[in-house]
Ligand binder design. Structure first.
Ligand SMILES: N[C@@H](CCC(=O)N[C@@H](CS)C(=O)NCC(=O)O)C(=O)O
Length: 202
């Protein structure tokens, strides 16, 4: 097998890639390499593939490893000719993907604040500022992106779906659905896709 994906089942960024693999019929082409990593204790396999020591990373036989989920998804989409970055709405798709990714970034940083810093060093103001970014992005989705979300499947939708799944997984108590009925309904349907069911975070 020529491609290997370094991943962890809890990572929403790696989930984006795994959902794409399911949606584009490429699951059998990519070997999954499970790792456990964190900013303070990076896994050697991850560091070897990505100097930033972040997952996901995609190891190829015919070129350097790819990293940053957006690069990997673009590569795998092109490999399959799947059209998840459609030319006709490319900039909207990329912006929507960036919005989902930003929710993940802030949500992951909040988890690391609780996990990687001693309790007396954790900063509530900083945590709430991260949650404020997530709320801003969720409001933008509810107010401005519902028609795009309702359209044909693209990478923006996959990113948002994985971001909302991560909020349920790690920040359920914050109740992101409150006041966002349209987004809630969209995610209820999106989460039923076989690709989402096959990649539930654990
Ligand atoms: N922009 C990166 C973010 C990836 C990321 O933050 N991954 C987390 C796991 S969910 C990670 O590997 N964190 C380790 C670290 O920050 O050192 C991407 O899209 O791939």
């Amino acid at each position: 097998m020529s491609l290997q994906l370094i991943y962890a089942p809890a990572s929403p960024f790696a989930r984006k890639v795994r959902v794409l693999l399911e949606e584009t019929g490429q699951v059998a082409d990519v070997e999954l390499i499970l790792v456990s990593t964190s900013p303070t204790d990076p896994s050697p396999e991850v560091r070897c593939a990505n100097p930033l020591a972040k997952i996901p990373a995609l190891i190829r036989e015919d070129g350097p490893a790819l990293y940053d989920s957006r690069v990997i998804t673009r590569y795998l989409d092109a490999r399959a000719g799947a059209g998840l970055y459609p030319e006709t709405r490319l900039w909207e798709t990329l912006t929507l993907e960036a919005t989902g990714d930003a929710i993940m970034d802030a949500g992951v940083l909040m988890v690391y604040e609780g996990r990687c810093r001693p309790e007396d060093k954790q900063d509530r103001t900083w945590l709430e500022a991260q949650w404020g970014k997530i709320e801003g992005a969720l409001d933008a989705l509810e107010e401005r992106w519902m028609s795009h979300l309702a359209g044909p499947l693209d990478m923006g939708q996959i990113s948002v779906g994985c971001a909302l799944g991560y909020l349920d997984f790690r920040h359920d108590a914050r109740n992101w659905r409150k006041g966002r009925g349209a987004l809630d309904d969209w995610f209820a349907a999106f989460g039923e896709r076989a690709s989402m069911q096959a990649t539930t975070p654990a």
